[in-house]
Design a protein around this ligand. Structure first.
Ligand code: ATP
Length: 323
């Protein structure tokens, strides 16, 4: 323990993700356990800039460990992207003598964090986003829950799809990355998975649907990551090519909600705890990462530059299994 850091802030930023609360709880409780004063910052950087900061107690994080969303609220802050905004954020931390900050969020949140680290704030990033698109960690908090939510929803859609003998196109989250579509699609045996990282061929998909039909298949499920384009348009084009009726379901924000899975809650607790360890060790500009089933500390900059690439092997396997 450095003996210098006394006051630690924690905020959640970017899109909310199931498990963020478990991470906040771990930061607060482990911080207090080690004699730190922990301050919750509401509404991400927006709240930081406007001084929405309050001290957290052991009781303030009671009953949240398995609750979805984030009790600290989250926001997107355009102001934080400006130098003036970053200076305001820094001034708020200085005013309360908060020397260390834990930022729970995605890639963008880490970029905001880095601007504060550059000004001398002891900074730890905790990857929390349902997209699982952050380089340097095998899992981000919220991804496992979101995948399970999609699998559950697709199971229900499959019931009606098979009753009506239809092709269902299910749009899932993922503007720039197809991890949710891929993982959920493989888990539930989707006939096709469309991701932004890999071009698709509607004629091929249509042929696959026809082959399946000839084999006696009475329904098909196609998972589409939102970044690929409009599921409705894809549905129309597939209908024109294959002749099969298509129905579209856009799962939308229900993928963000819900209690975290046990895996997410465990990872979140371990990452929140690790963030405090990093702070106590006097390290800065670090992130927590889940590698080989262990939560480790690594340089925050490992998250930059590259997005976590799509697992091409899994993608190819999903195609092979859905011939
Ligand atoms: P998700 O992956 O769930 O969308 P995210 O953290 O990537 O989460 P963003 O909206 O990209 O979400 O970023 C969250 C916030 O981080 C932004 O609203 C902004 O306040 C801050 N931020 C993003 N990029 C920068 C940057 N380059 N400089 C400073 N702050 C930034």
């Amino acid at each position: 323990m450095s003996g210098v850091i006394q006051r630690v802030g924690v905020l959640t930023s970017g899109g909310d993700a199931p498990g963020m609360n478990a991470a906040v709880r771990a930061v607060v409780r482990k911080g207090i356990f080690h004699g730190l004063n922990v301050f919750g910052i509401n509404r991400g950087y927006e709240g930081l800039i406007h001084g929405e900061i309050h001290e957290m107690s052991i009781g303030s994080v009671a009953d949240i460990v398995l609750r979805g969303g984030t009790v600290l609220k989250t926001a997107r802050s355009e102001e934080m992207k400006t130098l003036a905004g970053q200076q305001k954020a820094l001034a708020q931390l200085r005013k309360l003598e908060i020397d260390a900050l834990v930022v729970i969020g995605g890639d963008g949140s880490f970029r905001g964090a880095q601007t504060l680290a550059a000004q001398g704030v002891q900074l730890v990033g905790v990857p929390g986003t349902i997209d699982n698109d952050i380089a340097g960690t095998e899992l981000t908090i919220g991804f496992d829950t979101a995948v399970n939510t999609v699998v559950d929803a697709v199971g229900k859609i499959r019931d009606t799809a098979s009753s009506h003998e239809r092709t269902f196109i299910v749009e899932v989250m993922g503007r720039n990355c197809g991890n949710i579509a891929l993982q959920a699609g493989l888990a539930c045996g989707a006939e096709s998975i469309l991701v932004p990282e890999i071009p698709y061929d509607l004629d091929e998909i249509s042929d696959k649907l026809k082959r399946g039909h000839q084999r006696g298949k009475n329904h098909s499920i196609i998972l589409v990551a939102e970044g690929v384009g409009s599921a409705y348009k894809i549905g129309e084009e597939l209908h024109a090519r294959s002749g099969f009726e298509t129905r579209i379901t856009v799962l939308g924000h229900l993928q963000r909600g819900g209690n975290p899975s046990a895996l997410d809650a465990v990872i979140a607790a371990a990452m929140g705890g690790k963030a405090i360890e990093i702070i106590l060790a006097g390290e800065t500009n670090r992130m927590t990462a889940y590698i080989d089933q262990t939560v480790i500390s690594r340089p925050l900059e490992d998250a930059y530059g590259n997005r976590r690439p799509l697992n091409r092997e899994l993608y190819d396997l999903a195609n092979e299994l859905s011939i």
